[in-house]
Design a protein around this ligand. Structure first.
Ligand SMILES: CC(C)(COP(=O)(O)OP(=O)(O)OC[C@H]1O[C@@H](n2cnc3c(N)ncnc32)[C@H](O)[C@@H]1OP(=O)(O)O)[C@@H](O)C(=O)NCCC(=O)NCCS
Ligand SMILES: [Zn+2]
Length: 209
């Protein structure tokens, strides 16, 4: 059952799916879409036109601005900072929204800052406090300032692997023990359908707007 805490504000027109939870002092704007099972913590702002995919969890103190696209089963840690304007100035006659994409199952550690115009790949993980200035490929763990991929990480997040490891190792025994079967199935499907191969990463490709 969907639950909205009495102190939260959900503007008319916002679409909340089944089993969505919205906690204290959070504001969901009019054209936002929260798919089923989404959990939005305390003091969160979800801007107009933002789409948050099934089962995603947004922790406390996060503003999800227009232009940020959040896929299914993502984890956004407390106080993560998104951006949507690469060169902000007050008073300019126009500005371009640069999009940010969080793909299936990725996780962003507490307090990370994401520069706009990037893509966090499926099941990638960003370490706490990272400053992310470039896209992170799927199933890569990135940390630091600026964030750099240091290792591969399995679908459940428990096992680290050296960069360039074989794709078949991205779902291991730990994943089968740990993961919600629905997310495990999606991880398998994603890997089967994707041309992504950590052993042969293509050169960085620009993020489509
Ligand atoms: C990045 C992360 C996943 C790595 O976990 P791990 O594999 O257990 O890492 P370790 O503790 O073994 O550390 C490995 C190295 O990475 C460094 N490191 C770990 N986390 C880091 C981070 N966030 N940024 C920079 N460096 C980091 C460690 O200092 C260590 O370096 P050293 O070998 O020179 O000492 C984890 O530290 C992290 O940041 N998790 C996110 C936590 C979070 O925000 N949760 C949100 C919900 S509360
Ligand atoms: Zn695992």
């Amino acid at each position: 059952m969907t639950y909205v805490h009495p102190t939260a504000i959900v503007d008319a027109g916002a679409q909340l799916g089944e089993d969505v939870t919205v906690w204290h002092f959070t504001h969901i704007r009019d054209s936002a879409i929260l798919e089923s099972g989404v959990s939005v913590g305390q003091n969160v702002y979800v801007d107009s036109d933002v789409h948050i995919g099934q089962g995603t969890r947004i922790q406390n103190n996060v503003s999800v601005y227009h232009g940020v696209n959040v896929g299914r089963w993502c984890f956004v840690g407390p106080s993560v900072v998104f951006t949507n304007d690469a060169t902000p100035r007050v008073g300019n006659i126009s500005w371009e929204v640069l999009e940010t994409h969080l793909e299936l199952g990725c996780a962003i550690g507490a307090g990370a800052v994401l520069r706009c115009g990037i893509r966090i790949g499926a099941f990638a993980m960003v370490g706490a406090g990272a400053i992310v200035t470039h896209s992170i490929p799927p199933f890569h763990l990135a940390v630091g300032l600026p964030a750099r991929p240091t290792r591969l990480i399995c679908a459940c997040g428990q096992t680290n692997l050296p960069l360039g490891s074989d794709k078949s190792r991205l779902i291991g025994d730990c994943c089968m023990r740990m993961m919600d079967p629905r997310i495990l199935a999606e991880a398998r499907e994603w890997l089967a359908a994707s041309e992504f191969d950590p052993a042969h990463l293509p050169a960085a490709t620009p993020v489509e707007a």
